[in-house]
Design a protein around this ligand. Sequence first.
Ligand code: RTP
Ligand code: MG
Length: 138
Amino acid sequence: MAIEETLVLVKPDGVKRQLTGEILSRIERKGYEIVDIRKFTPERELLAAHYAEHEGKPFYEPLVEFMMSGDVVAVRVAGDRVIEGFRSLAGTTDPTTAAPGTIRGDLGRDWGLKVQQNLVHGSDSVESAQRELGLWFG
Ligand code: RTP
Ligand code: MG
């Protein structure tokens, strides 16, 4: 079986705060491999496809606007059980209460904004990872 891969995004808050290196370093120190990496500001069409499951939710439009607000670093990461492994490294969605020791818990917090700026995204299943890697890396 091929080694598992996941899509990690360093979101615009992480890029602006110059935390890309810290986040990539945590991925590498855990033992995962960075296979490919790109930095660009995503367009609405890509984000609409990426976040299709959230369309219609109250946070959807603020989320898309936030993700279009600056550069994102998209990373193809490989390793055994990397999908659940990275989500464990990232911590839970809300950065205020994410466990210390995680990326969101150590480096994130609420900023009084309409959307949770929580530094990173990680695919949540094999199917999501394949779909999302196709969207961000073609
Ligand atoms: P991600 O997809 O980014 O890895 O995060 P996740 O699975 O932990 O969170 P998900 O439920 O998929 O939500 C996607 C992103 O939407 C923003 N969000 N804001 N109530 C809120 O304000 C809210 N809920 C979700 C977050 O940026 C979250 O990562
Ligand atoms: Mg998600």
